[in-house]
Ligand binder design. Structure first.
Ligand SMILES: Cc1ncc(COP(=O)(O)O)c(C=O)c1O
Length: 383
């Protein structure tokens, strides 16, 4: 009788093939992705600082400290059908936005924040290996989403005054054939705006231009939403996070050429704007006077804050058209230490430690009493 063949010990390689590790299922380009570093949730932050959330002065994420108009709480408190899925086409909201913007609703699509729309645009536009143009320093989600979508990022750094290097953008578009460019006006983190001449020059290039107007209300510029009717390569993004104090509810929107929007409709998640989000945004738009007053208060406070920051010997603030002010930290002071020292006093600001912005801080504009607490902290650091 033939004896059974001896059972072989599996080699490590054979074993790995039979029993693959979890990360081997992950798409190759994502395995090297650096995680996005979100800010700490408010409750975690306040517990860490040993203060009540109400006592923390949060000037680190460009939120609107006035919050939404009272109509929003009333509307949220009387939601009739929270158990029914939301309208996939956000019809009420898009009709209200059409009235608000003067652009017909067929050009408008809403999302779970402008953030969702940035990713959705990339998912619809970029093949793996396609290139986008990013103009740092700017909002870091463009670069992050490009990496998630397997795209390559060509960086055209801004000039020392943070304006766009348009000549270099033109060169890069000719040489590298990128698919789209992300422009931010006012730009986060410095608050500079893009002039029409530069924008038109870039729109003339064979590239899709995504103009992010998340902070447009705080500038004296008019939104370019209506331009999507005459520029087939322009998308304009906006949000309720800043203008209406609804960052926590997640509502953004965009204006798109009709030839592009139809594909976003096909690719988007059906219920991307929740019932609560749509109801809140509609309620906020019912009180334009409140939105206008809050904007005026923040713009007024921005000017006061700017003048006060100019008086701090170790800070060089940059003029801003938005609800935040970028400052270069000078005189040998350390940006990270300033941020940490202020945090101990319950005042949160943002500091930067990477490349173009190493040694800078960004301070969101708050209420007058927030500015006062910040200035008290900064003066204490001077001693
Ligand atoms: C330039 C810019 N675009 C978009 C967003 C995100 O907006 P939303 O809260 O609507 O996702 C932000 C948030 O800070 C931003 O700074």
């Amino acid at each position: 009788m033939a004896s059974a063949a001896p059972v072989e010990e599996p080699t490590a390689a054979a074993e790995a093939k039979r029993r693959p590790t979890g990360d081997s299922f992950i798409r190759r380009h994502l395995r090297t992705l650096a995680p996005y570093q979100p800010i700490l949730p408010f409750e975690v932050l306040s517990a860490r600082l040993g203060r009540r959330p109400e006592d923390i002065i949060k000037l680190d994420a460009n939120e609107n400290p006035y919050g939404p108009p009272p109509e929003v709480a009333t509307a949220l408190g009387s939601l009739k059908f929270p158990y029914v899925y939301p309208d996939p086409e956000s019809r009420h909201l898009r009709a209200a936005l059409a009235e608000d913007s003067g652009l017909e609703s067929e050009y408008i699509l809403a999302g779970c924040g402008a953030d969702e729309l940035i990713d959705l645009i990339m998912r619809c536009v970029l093949e793996p290996g396609d290139k986008i143009v990013d103009c740092p320093p700017t909002f870091t989600m463009y670069e992050f989403d490009a990496s998630v979508n397997g795209a390559l990022v060509i960086k055209v750094p801004r000039l020392p005054d943070f304006s766009l290097d348009v000549d270099r953008i033109v060169e890069v578009v000719e040489q590298e054939n990128p698919k789209c460019i992300f422009l931010t006006s006012p730009n986060n983190p410095d608050g500079s705006v893009i002039n029409d001449e530069d924008l038109l020059k870039i729109l003339d290039l064979p590239i899709l231009v995504v103009l992010d107007e998340a902070y447009i209300e705080f500038s004296s510029l008019k939104s370019k939403m209506a331009w999507v009717k005459k520029h087939d390569n322009l998308i304009v993004l906006r949000t309720f996070s800043k203008r209406a104090g609804l960052a926590g509810l997640r509502v953004g929107y965009g204006a798109f050429p009709l030839s592009i929007i139809e594909y976003l409709w096909r690719a988007k998640q059906p219920y991307n704007v929740s019932v609560a989000a749509e109801v809140s945004a509609c309620a906020a738009l019912q009180n334009p006077t409140y939105l206008e007053n809050v904007k005026n208060l923040l713009v007024q406070e921005r000017e006061r804050l700017f003048n006060l920051l100019k008086g701090i010997p170790f800070l060089k603030p940059f003029p801003s058209h938005s609800n935040f002010i970028l400052c270069e930290v000078t005189s040998g002071k350390d940006a990270k230490k300033i941020k940490e020292d202020l945090a101990k006093m319950g005042v949160m600001i943002r500091h930067y430690d990477k490349k173009e912005l190493k040694g800078y801080i960004r301070i969101s504009v708050g209420k007058p009493e927030h500015t006062d607490a910040l200035m008290k902290g900064l003066h204490a650091l001077q001693l």
